[in-house]
Ligand binder design. Sequence first.
Ligand code: NAI
Ligand code: MG
Length: 359
Amino acid sequence: MKKTIALLPGDGIGKEVVDVTVEVLKAVAEHFQHQFNFNYGLIGGDAIDQKGNPLPEETLEICRNSDAIILGAVGGPKWDNNPVELRPERGLLALRKALDLFANLRPIKTFDSLLDSSPLKKEYVNGVDFIIVRELTGGLYFGKPSERIVHEGQEAVVDTLLYKRSEIERILVSAFEMAQNRRKHVTSVDKANVLESSRVWREVAEEVSKRYPDVELEHMLVDNAAMQLIRSPKQFDVIVTENMFGDILSDEASMITGSLGMLSSASLSSDGLHLYEPVHGSAPDIAGKNIANPIATVLSAAMMLRQSFGLEEEAKAIEKAVDNVLNSGLRTADLTEAGKAVSTKRIGEEIISALADDR
Ligand code: NAI
Ligand code: MG
């Protein structure tokens, strides 16, 4: 199979984890006789420095001319005081909007070998397997106005939580379809006791659920959901929620697996050009040290092989290689005590050699 993959490493550890992922994909291509072509594009802080734009037009072109996109992460202290249009995160938000990447799927599944790495008790996290479906192109992160204003004669500020009904509907449809292939339970998370947007979200969830009689729908307030994720994470199958709620809940949920450096994601568009990225950010505190955990990005690439290219066997091979490496006890610093950790690159090499062993 011949595929073109856009690579947007971005900033900080984004570059390090994408480097490892590319090597893993090259190994997969070799073992399974595929041809993957990689096209690099600038996004985020580097793009601001080199092109004066966090999402240059040529990066969008590279993405549009590819079969799938892999992104590292954007951002860093260097750009923190930039005006809003010259912030790295703008590049990522603009990319999600431009490619209509509306459904962000974040699987939360514990690894048997990492049960001791979670700060939660083993018996609570053992066997956890759910997926967060986060709406990605609407809500608080995109609504206008979003600005400083004068209100009742005082300095004030406004952000806007805006959704078209159709946007709520399509993300719920994604969640129900996903649930049909899983344990048939959808938890729709909102704040319907306070927010009008959440009340409409609930109405739409009820409407959509009628089309999926085999799937059970449950509504949960977001504050309760934050608590339930810690109290009994095994109750969840598919969680579907608004952009910001999903952002916050998924970082929280990462601790079930032991580290943010383990969480992969897929951002799906309506037209079939999807983006795959780790849930974590550019981690400036550890960038450039060759200590970041690359597994979130490597597993995102496995999601790409499965979802975008239909390469199930290849995706499984990566997942199994990751499992084997973890079972052998090798861990990056986020998953083990100081002195016992191995480097980002070493984990990559071990994944590649585990892939080869399995052939
Ligand atoms: P972060 O996710 O970059 O880091 C949070 C903490 O987790 C840090 O202590 C970091 O060292 C650790 N961490 C994250 N990924 C790791 C990995 N793969 N291996 C080991 N440890 C890991 O979030 P933070 O620090 O709040 O933000 C840093 C920058 O990243 C900011 O500029 C932020 O805007 C940006 N960001 C970008 C995202 C993206 O590009 N998708 C998402 C989240 C934040
Ligand atoms: Mg986040």
